[in-house]
Design a protein around this ligand. Structure first.
Ligand code: UT7
Length: 357
């Protein structure tokens, strides 16, 4: 007995920032970013637009696709590492923005694995009779993490003519290793409880390796500090992420396939039976590493990082939505969702698309 995906939706902001745009504000190039990551362009939300706004847009689309009205949703799960505010999370904003009524609303902080954890949680709630319909949404606005000055933002979002001060260029270049890989976006799924044992969510295998916590984190701003945010922290840039790209890379390539194998074993299916691995998009070379390990046809481990960069909790639902729209998810298709990210949280979930809608 697993839940089925009744509808999907996505939303990305209109502002497209190409690698060439980034090369105007830091020491990087389209060639470096493309060959090392696969990213060609990403979207960034306007000032004043938060993760909840993107989540609401994506959710509207998923609800429409599912033919589900707001009053029919029993529970909502939102996943983001970039909430509109330090507290509370975005679940209440999404619940109110969609007019869902006073239902249960969960916030998850599992970063790149946030949507995967959300899917599993929502499925568990539905299969334990807590409701009939769940909305799961992953949304990120990484724009706020960028260390860019107003002049830098104008240069990437404007007509390309603006020059930025030398010190801005140097500062932007210091953070280039992570700043070029992230982008903004949201994806949502409507889950409906199903009584069919052989379709919908079949099994999951979720894990956490807290020993890898420091591989990517925001070291400043939090309850260990007095006050929790200070001008000294901002001065020292500890409000910006720090990332050990190589350490993450090596773990992602090992642990996503490991989780996929574990979930396949749990469900008693062979890896060859999987039609699509919908894997987190942190770097195209990581996706390629997953393909190599499984000796899979590249088509079965699709990539869309070129258009969006790493949208963290938004990635899995955006990729799945695009695959569905492209007719790549057919009745009976066996899908493996897999993710790895900050925390370090990782895992995999197996899903069988219903034989009939
Ligand atoms: O989902 C969130 C978790 N994040 C990840 O999973 C990230 C996983 N890791 C990665 O995607 C890759 O490690 C990165 C894309 C972050 C970095 O790629 P890399 O091949 O591991 O590069 P590197 O860090 O070893 O750096 C190689 C060189 C360095 O120069 P030197 O020291 O060899 O002269 C860097 O300074 O590339 C330089 N570099 C850049 N050059 C141009 C780093 N970033 C850039 C850049 N443009 N944006």
């Amino acid at each position: 007995m697993g839940s089925v995906i009744a509808g999907t939706g996505m939303y990305v902001p209109d502002n497209v920032v190409t690698n060439h745009d980034l090369a105007r504000i830091m020491d990087t190039s389209d060639e470096w970013i493309t060959t090392r990551t696969g990213v060609k362009e990403r979207r960034f939300a306007d000032r004043g637009v938060g993760a909840s706004d993107l989540a609401i847009e994506a959710s509207h689309r998923a609800l429409d696709a599912a033919g589900v009205g707001p009053s029919e949703v029993d529970v909502v799960v939102t996943a983001t590492m970039t909430p509109d505010y330090m507290a509370p999370g975005i679940a209440g904003l999404v619940q109110e923005g969609l007019g869902l009524g006073h239902i249960a609303a969960f916030d998850l902080r599992q970063q790149c694995s946030g949507f995967l954890y959300g899917l599993d949680l929502a499925d568990s709630l539905l299969t334990s009779a807590r409701g009939e319909v769940a909305l799961v949404v992953g949304a990120e606005v990484h724009a706020g993490f960028q260390p860019w000055s107003e002049a830098s933002w104008q240069a990437v979002l404007g007509d390309g003519g603006s020059e930025i001060p030398r010190e801005d260029y140097e500062r932007n270049s210091r953070y280039r290793s992570w700043s070029v890989i992230f982008g903004d976006g949201a994806g949502a799924m409507v889950l409906r409880k199903s009584d069919n044992d052989v379709e919908g969510v079949l099994a999951s295998s979720l894990h956490t390796d807290g020993a890898s916590f420091e591989l990517i984190m925001v070291p400043g701003v939090g309850s260990k500090s007095r006050p929790y945010v200070s001008s000294e922290q901002i001065e020292a840039d500890t409000h910006l992420p720090v990332m050990d790209g190589g350490g993450l890379y090596r773990r992602a390539v090992r642990l996503m396939p490991e989780a996929a194998r574990a979930v396949a074993t749990k469900a008693g299916i062979s890896l060859e039976d999987i039609d699509l691995i919908v894997a987190h998009q942190a770097n195209d070379r990581i996706t390629e590493g997953v393909r190599r390990q499984f000796k899979m046809d590249p088509q079965k481990v699709p990539s869309n990082i070129g258009g969006y960069g790493n949208t963290t909790a938004g990635t899995l639902p955006i990729l799945f939505h695009e695959l569905r729209e492209a007719g790549r998810v057919n009745p009976g298709s066996l899908i493996c969702f897999a993710a790895f990210g900050a925390g370090a949280h990782y895992g995999a979930l197996l899903y069988r698309e219903p034989a009939s809608p």
